[in-house]
Design a protein around this ligand. Structure first.
Ligand code: GDP
Length: 227
């Protein structure tokens, strides 16, 4: 759908609908350290990716209005897992009903001191997941506003492009830099996004700390779920 032709009223309605969904039940489903542990592909999935410390857990917690749904688990040496959360949706779903969609928290990457084996294991797990998951509707690629896109991010964007998984670039921690610097990073990120086959051309700027961009990101996620 083309956001460009949305009226302000449409936009406000979408934001409100998305807010309600994220205010509904959200529960941890499982961790998958390998593909054989993935849940049945019975609901659409939205996967979050980003370098360690990019603010991924904080963003998932801000989106879902929970303090500790997602926890930082990117310390080297820890098992690398895909964490799945069921988002039930609004309304009174019957017991055992399928979720509206699932949030997939992918293990962080780019930790400078990560042993080679771990990097390899990360690539295997993530690549297999990205390539083989028909229910994966969109990836949300997090980029730290202070740093912009780094080469490790480009490697992951290449994986997404190669797997033809559509993705959206989202700037995090935007409260940490000056407005003028943010505008420059946003512009550079958008220019790069437009050159990527599977990237959405528009970037969403967020701050989990200040709540900025959170309603818009919720709406963009729901739009991908129902697309
Ligand atoms: P993860 O490793 O990607 O899950 O990152 P975390 O969510 O654990 O965040 C890493 C650090 O950045 C923590 O100290 C957070 O408090 C901080 N952080 C995350 N998001 C924001 C934000 O929007 N603004 C500010 N100022 N700090 C943030």
């Amino acid at each position: 759908m083309n956001d460009g032709i949305l009226t302000e009223e449409d936009r406000a309605e979408r934001i409100e609908a998305a807010r309600k969904i994220f205010a509904g039940p959200i529960t941890f489903l499982k961790s998958a350290p390998a593909l054989k542990f993935l849940p049945d592909p019975s609901a659409p999935e939205i996967a979050f990716a980003g370098r360690s410390n990019v603010g991924k857990s904080s963003l998932i917690n801000a989106l879902t209005n929970r303090n500790s749904l997602a926890r930082t688990s990117n310390t080297p040496g820890r098992t690398q897992e895909l964490n799945f959360f069921d988002v039930a949706g609004t309304g009174s779903a019957p017991e055992g009903a399928l979720p509206l969609f699932r949030i997939v928290d992918m293990p962080g990457y780019g930790y400078a001191k990560a042993p080679k084996d771990m990097v390899k294991q990360w690539r295997f797990l993530v690549n297999d997941y990205l390539r083989g998951r028909a229910v994966l509707k969109r990836a949300i690629m997090l980029i730290d506003s202070r740093h912009g896109i780094k080469d490790v991010d480009r490697e992951v964007m290449e994986m997404l492009d190669a797997a033809a998984v559509s993705y959206r670039l989202v700037l995090t921690k935007s409260d940490k830099i000056k407005a003028s610097e943010l505008a420059a990073v946003l512009e550079a990120t958008a220019i790069e996004a437009r050159k990527r086959p599977a990237a959405h051309p528009e970037i969403i700027t967020t701050s989990s700390e200040k709540g900025m961009g959170i309603p818009e990101l919720r709406a963009a996620i729901i739009e991908a779920v129902v697309a």
